[in-house]
Ligand binder design. Structure first.
Ligand SMILES: [Zn+2]
Length: 355
C-alpha cells in the first residue's frame, strides 16, 4: 500500500520539485551548523574500510533467488487469505517460514508477533491501483505475524537502528506483489545476511511486517516498541526499492528517493545522499518531504519515532503495474535494488559507528 495516489500526481510533482534536496550533493549546511557527524566517522580509516567491505558483500543474485521464491515459484502470492492447493498454510505463513529459515541459517533468532487482521475487500469500480476497500465485520479474521531478528549492540545496545519492509502481497487482488514489496523484503533480508557476523555497537533490528491487509501490522510493531521504551534512533523502511516508470526503465536509470516526514528524517535523507557519493554507489538519489506520515515508516512516526524514512524508487510511485497482476519479479530492477541496499547498509553502518 502506498498512500500517494495518481490523482494527486500533479500537485505532488510540484511539491516534490519544491521540497526535494539536490540529488548529487549533500544538503547545503545552514549558517552556523556543525559539519555532519558522519564525516568525522568516515575519517576513521578502519570504519571507512569496513563499510566498503560490507557493502561490497551485497549479492544481487542472492536477492534475486529470494525474490523469485517469494513472488513466483513456489509462492505466487503472500496472502493470509490464499493457500496453495494441497498446502496446509497460507502463502503468507509459507513466506514467513522461508524468511525465518533464511535468517536462522545465518544465526539469527527469529521472534514472531501476532496481529489480528482482515483481508481487504475489492471494489472494481475504483481505479485498478486503489481497489482495496474496507472489509465487513463478518469477514474472517486471521493472525498475521511481524517477524523480528536483530544484532545486539556491544557498547550501545539500547540504541536501535531498524530496517523494515512489508512482506505481504495485496490481499484483494491476485498480484505477485514483486515490486510491492517482495523487492523490499529481500532487500532487508540481504542487509541481515551481510550483517550476520558484524559486531555492531548499537542494536540493528530487522522487521518484516504486513501492510496489504488491515490493520497494518507495523502499527502494532511501532506502538509496542514505544510501550517498551525502545530507543529507535533510525528507521529505514524499504518499499518499492528501484521501482520506476516505463520511461525511466527504458533509460536505464538507477534511482532512489528517500522520503521523510520530520526534520530528524530529513537528516537521514541527507545521510543517504552523502553515503551514495562517499562510497561511489552510483544511485540518482533524491530526497522528498512527505505531506504527512505514510507507509510503514509513518506507523513509526505516528508512534513518536521522528527519525523514520522510506527508501523507494520513485515519488510519486510510478510502477505501471502497481497493485496489478503484472507486478511480477521479472519486472523488478534487482541491480537497482542492490544499490539501494548498499546505500541503506552504508547509512546504517555509519550511524552504528558514529560517536
Ligand atoms: Zn501496496
Amino acid at each position: 500500500m502506498k498512500r500517494v495516489r495518481v490523482a494527486a500526481l500533479g500537485l505532488l510533482l510540484v511539491l516534490a520539485a519544491r521540497l526535494s534536496v539536490a540529488g548529487d550533493a549533500p544538503a547545503a549546511k545552514k549558517n552556523g551548523e556543525q559539519k555532519p557527524i558522519w564525516e568525522g566517522t568516515w575519517d576513521n580509516k578502519k570504519v571507512d574500510a569496513s563499510i566498503r567491505s560490507l557493502i561490497g558483500a551485497v549479492d544481487a543474485e542472492r536477492m534475486k533467488k529470494s525474490l523469485f521464491y517469494l513472488s513466483k515459484d513456489p509462492l505466487p502470492f503472500r496472502k493470509v487469505n490464499y493457500t496453495l492447493p494441497g498446502h496446509k498454510k497460507s502463502t503468507l505463513y509459507e513466506a514467513d517460514d522461508y524468511l525465518a529459515g533464511r535468517l536462522e541459517s545465518w544465526g539469527y533468532r527469529v521472534e514472531r508477533e501476532g496481529v489480528r487482521v482482515q483481508a481487504f475487500r475489492r471494489d472494481t469500480r475504483k481505479p485498478k491501483h486503489a481497489q482495496y476497500s474496507r472489509p465487513m465485520p463478518e469477514d474472517p479474521w486471521c493472525t498475521a505475524y511481524n517477524l523480528y531478528a536483530e544484532r545486539k549492540g556491544r557498547s550501545k545496545p539500547q540504541e536501535i537502528i531498524l530496517a523494515v519492509a512489508h512482506k505481504d502481497s495485496q490481499s484483494w487482488v491476485d498480484s505477485p506483489g514483486a515490486n510491492d514489496n517482495a523487492i523490499g523484503t529481500v532487500s532487508v533480508l540481504e542487509i541481515a545476511s551481510v550483517l550476520a557476523r558484524y559486531p555492531s555497537e548499537r542494536t540493528i533490528r530487522f522487521l518484516f511486517c504486513n501492510e496489504e491487509h488491515i490493520p497494518w501490522t507495523s502499527v502494532t510493531a511501532a506502538q509496542n516498541a514505544k510501550a517498551r521504551g525502545d530507543n529507535l534512533v533510525a528507521v529505514f523502511n524499504l518499499d518499492g526499492v528501484g521501482v520506476k516508470s516505463a520511461e525511466q526503465t527504458a533509460a536505464g536509470k538507477k534511482i532512489n528517493v528517500t522520503a521523510y516526514t520530520r526534520p530528524e528524517g530529513e537528516r537521514l535523507a541527507e545521510l543517504m545522499a552523502a553515503v551514495n557519493l562517499r562510497f561511489g554507489i552510483g544511485l540518482e538519489q533524491r530526497s522528498v518531504k512527505r505531506p504527512g506520515p505514510g507507509d510503514d515508516d509513518g506507523s513509526f512516526v505516528k508512534a513518536g519515532y521522528a527519525a523514520a524514512v522510506i527508501n523507494i524508487g520513485s515519488w510519486p510511485y510510478a510502477d505501471p503495474n502497481y497493485h496489478a497482476e503484472g507486478d511480477i519479479p521479472e519486472r523488478c530492477d534487482v541491480p537497482n535494488a542492490a544499490k539501494t541496499v548498499q546505500a541503506t547498509l552504508a547509512a546504517i553502518l555509519t550511524l552504528d559507528q558514529s560517536p
